[in-house]
Ligand binder design. Structure first.
Ligand SMILES: *[C@@H]1O[C@H](CO)[C@@H](O)[C@H](O)[C@H]1NC(C)=O
Ligand SMILES: *[C@@H]1O[C@H](CO)[C@@H](O)[C@H](O)[C@H]1NC(C)=O
Ligand SMILES: *[C@@H]1O[C@H](CO)[C@@H](O)[C@H](O)[C@H]1NC(C)=O
Ligand SMILES: *[C@@H]1O[C@H](CO)[C@@H](O)[C@H](O)[C@H]1NC(C)=O
Length: 868
């Protein structure tokens, strides 16, 4: 046998048999990692491509075909110098050369570049970042002991699980008992909890735990064992779905279904691992329950990176043998800070079933985020009661679970029941069933609006409360929907608007503001701001093989000095309005909307033919202004002719405006309207009670009228604010803090001595993470750097800290001020949450050192996004 040259042998080896695997911890402090999409039909082999870039193949990327995790050693330079990224630079140079027509470039170089360029679809630098749990915001009043009837269930806390059987308010519960009576308990269905681990030793979960489809992407081991002191979130969520009958605590909604745990929230994670996590076991797992996301601080506007979008689409197109993974996402807990789920790219994805919360009285809890992407609500904490579920520890139970975090698993449980009887339902069938079977609550809530189809929709409740008693029987009889189709409109360019890769805006149409406000109570002119219309014709729909509408997406490019001032809404041909972006008092970001995609489910089943008019408005603040550069729309629905439908493929990311490969529809700046002098802001009289409300629209009736939007100073909960400002409460609070603080001090002193041993292990773990992160910081990553160019997508710019605005444990000091301003009981910090829940307190609070620092102090290294 002929000897192969050594170098060829090495490259063959690296490309055929990965040198490492995802199970092996990646060492971000010694190597730079990248994801490379190789085109096997291209002229250059994977080995040639990796050689050219000077990287080695580590592994394939989860379930994504032709995607490879590659790495190169860090070039260590002095601490003061920002190291260049030689791989990304090389990639950019080659791509530029390939598209260059410059005569001076030697042809051999050019052909090498061309060869390379047509063989590499995508290259993106991997960075670690932290996903954050949507942990329950604290509720002050104590849960009262409720009396629930027994159903042959001996689980000791079943009577406290009002979300299963609500004796006090029987119209408010997940309504599962009739489904159980018919023998449906989730058998054969697997739900994966993409979370902070899952305690499979808890006797509630032991039997139903699916180890094969579980994985730890934080520590790169097979089992999702909770390790950090506060890793109890995933276990609690899993208990809601699959806690077994007659074991500890309570019972799960689908108590004979299986749960898998995929651990990603217990430390920084790179896109490559998050992408693999969202497809982990995707042939056999039906539902991915995700109670986490970007910060719920009313400031962030973030979504999944291109690689994660690909993984999600891969799950949709190829998961469950092509029926599609069902991604259930918690809408977010930032409502009290003006946050909305349309500013979170996970919750406003058409591929997510987005779940908000209602409490045991059916009221809208102050934390639960509203937006036009909300599909349905599920029951969770508020008005003094929580979700009772399993907890970390062999027999441990949680009585203080809640937030939209706990609403999502309740929805996942109901979907799991349906999947037992109808495993053939596609991801879109599930969404249709949500739309059609949701139960109306709070009939008089002004947030309900009639859709063109005649249904009611609310930004707070979506189409209503998810009800197993209605959902599962309908699912049983459901006829599968026809395949998905879409119609993308050309991009409207207003006033010669342009945006560079570096997000420099020019042109566009000035968004007219109110001038010289005069007194309160006056309404503004509905024609303020900028309007623009896109016309959809029946011919366009026919050409797109389009039968019936489901989701709409609206992508906008807007420059503005203060993003939170901008409001965006769209009105359909039938006159139905979707508020896409409401005012966000805390969002002071100056980078505008560089091609942000909003989504609405409110137009479900509406005839899309006719004029769709977008309306972009601004607040009345001189010197804080902006321009509307352009927009486009995407309509998603079912196919006229199923035989002609094809699977959607993710296009390259648009990094400039007008987009690269999109024939722009140029519209003159004609639709701007100037308008006369008008009023200033005032608050609506009724804000409901702090414990929950059903009397308030999520957004003002007229987005152009700032009259019903509170100002930044007033916040969204003026009543609570007043409470917080009153001296009586203030000094009362101090007294409570003082008394309780002494108790806490004694408690911690004792606990510290007791737990010294246990913690050493956590501390060493934390230490490693910190090393990894500081080395990352050296690569000069900044949160808003999208300037990676072309297909590199968000390569180097992806590192952002995702943190928890309303964690049970206040983890973020930057946040504390904001939180206390809006929420008086937070002033007592540890004390008040401790007072609320005694059982949880012992487990929840620990000395900071064991948290590993990375969640408390993301600091400048992670390019944290919220400071402005
Ligand atoms: C999926 O389920 C099938 C049938 O139960 C089984 O044969 C297969 O091994 C499972 N695959 C995975 C990855 O769990
Ligand atoms: C609960 O389910 C039953 C059917 O099992 C249904 O008739 C009822 O409307 C549902 N909702 C409530 C609140 O009872
Ligand atoms: C739709 O908009 C176009 C121009 O934007 C206008 O000419 C037409 O009359 C509109 N149609 C309706 C039904 O309003
Ligand atoms: C917009 O704001 C800038 C300052 O941020 C100011 O200089 C400019 O005059 C404003 N433009 C208009 C038309 O108000």
């Amino acid at each position: 046998m002929r000897c192969l040259p050594l170098s060829l042998l090495i490259t063959l080896l690296t490309s055929i048999s990965p040198v490492l695997s995802l199970k092996y911890p990646h060492s971000y402090h010694t190597h730079n990692y990248y994801v490379l999409e190789h085109n096997p039909a291209g002229p250059a082999s994977l080995a040639e491509v990796t050689n050219t870039l000077g990287v080695e193949v580590v592994d394939k990327v989860g379930e994504l075909a032709n995607h490879w995790l590659v790495r190169t050693e860090n070039q260590l330079v002095s601490r003061t110098e920002t190291p260049g990224d030689h791989v990304m630079e090389k990639y950019k140079t080659l791509r530029a050369r390939a598209s260059s027509t410059h005569l001076l470039i030697r042809s051999s170089e050019e052909s090498l570049a061309k060869r390379f360029d047509s063989s590499v679809q995508y290259l993106s630098r991997q960075e670690l970042r932290q996903r954050v749990k949507r942990a329950p915001p604290p509720i002050t009043s104590d849960a009262s002991g409720s009396v629930a009837e027994r159903m042959g269930i001996q689980d000791p806390l079943f009577s406290e699980q009002w979300h299963l059987v609500n004796n006090e308010q029987p119209e408010h519960m997940m309504n599962v008992t009739a489904v159980w009576d018919s023998g449906i308990t989730g058998k054969g269905v697997i739900t994966s909890f993409v979370d902070d681990g899952l305690d499979y030793t808890n006797i509630d979960l032991k039997e139903n735990f699916d180890a094969v489809n579980s994985h730890d992407f934080n520590d790169h081991t097979d089992l999702p064992t909770p390790k950090l002191f506060d890793d109890h979130h995933g276990t609690r969520c899993a208990g809601q779905v699959a806690a077994g009958k007659n074991t500890a605590c309570g019972i799960g909604i689908a108590y004979e279904s299986k749960v898998a745990g995929v651990r990603i929230l217990s430390g920084p994670i790179s896109d490559v691992d998050e992408a693999a996590a969202l497809n982990f076991g995707f042939q056999n797992v039906s539902i991915y329950s995700c109670s986490w996301g970007p910060p719920d601080n009313g400031q962030a506007m973030e979504g999944p990176s291109q690689l994660i979008k690909k993984a999600v689409l891969n799950g949709i197109n190829n998961g469950r043998g092509g029926k599609g993974s069902i991604f259930v996402f918690a809408s977010g807990n930032g409502a009290a800070r003006g946050d909305q789920c349309n500013f979170d790219g996970y919750t406003n994805s058409i591929y997510s079933v987005t779940i908000s919360a209602v409490d045991y009285k059916g009221l809208h809890p102050y934390y639960s985020e509203a937006c036009a992407a909300n599909m349905v609500v599920a029951y969770s904490s508020g008005s003094g009661k929580h979700i009772v579920t399993s907890d970390r520890g062999e027999n441990a139970c949680a009585r203080n679970h809640g937030g939209t975090s706990a609403a999502a698993p309740n929805a996942a449980g109901v979907i799991a029941l349906a999947m037992e009887v109808r495993p053939d339902l596609t991801w879109r069938d599930i969404q249709h069933l949500c739309v059609r079977t949701a139960r109306m609550i709070n009939h008089n809530d002004p947030d309900w609006e009639k859709t063109a189809q005649g249904r009611l929709y609310s930004y707070k409740y979506g189409f209503g409360a998810l009800d197993a008693g209605l959902f599962v029987p309908t699912a049983k009889e459901w006829k599968n929907v026809k395949p998905q189709v879409w119609l993308k409109t050309p991009t409207v360019v207003l006033g010669n608007g342009k945006m560079t890769e570096e997000q420099q805006y020019s042109g566009g149409v000035f968004i007219t503001q109110l001038k010289n406000p005069q007194g309160e109570g006056e309404r503004s002119d509905p024609n303020a701001g900028v309007k623009s219309t896109i016309t959809i014709t029946q011919e366009m729909l026919d050409a797109a093989n389009f039968e019936k509408l489901e989701h709409i997406q609206v992508k906008v490019w807007i420059s503005h000095a203060r993003r939170g001032d901008v409001e965006v809404e769209i009105v359909s041909p039938a006159g139905v309005k979707s508020v896409l972006g409401g005012r966000r008092p805390d969002d002071a970001d100056g980078s505008g909307y560089p091609g942000w995609t909003f989504m609405s489910v409110k137009h479900w089943d509406e005839n899309p033919a006719g004029n769709w008019t977008i309306h972009v408005t601004d607040q009345n603040i001189p010197g804080r202004n902006g321009t509307f550069l352009g927009w486009n729309m995407m309509f998603w629905g079912s196919a006229l002719d199923p035989a002609k439908s094809v699977l959607y493929e993710l296009p390259e990311e648009d990094t400039i405006f007008p987009p690269h490969d999109d024939p722009p529809l140029v519209v003159g700046g004609a639709s701007t309207t100037r308008f006369p002098t008008k009023p200033t802001a005032h608050l609506p009289g009724d804000h409901g009670q702090a414990e929950g409300e059903n009397t308030k629209p999520a957004f003002p009736n007229d987005a152009a009228a700032p009259t019903s939007t509170p100002t930044a100073d007033e916040g969204w909960f003026p009543d609570m604010n007043k409470l917080g400002n009153s001296q009586k409460w203030f000094f009362g609070g101090i007294a409570v803090v003082a008394v309780f603080g002494i108790g806490v001090g004694l408690f911690f002193w004792r606990r510290r001595t007791m737990n010294q041993k246990r913690k050493q292990q956590y501390e060493s773990l934390a230490g490693e993470e910190i090393v990894g992160m500081s080395s990352m910081g050296n690569s000069g990553v900044t949160g808003r750097d999208h300037a990676t160019g072309g297909r590199a997508g968000r390569g180097r710019g992806t590192t952002r800290e995702l943190y928890d605005a309303f964690g049970e444990v206040s983890d973020d000091d930057d946040d504390a001020d904001e939180a206390t301003r809006l929420q008086p009981d937070r002033t007592t910090g540890v004390a008040s949450s401790g007072l609320g829940f005694h059982s949880g307190f012992l487990d929840d609070e620990d000395e900071p050192s064991s948290r590993g620092g990375y969640r408390d102090e993301p600091g400048p290294e992670l390019g944290i996004r919220q400071e402005h």
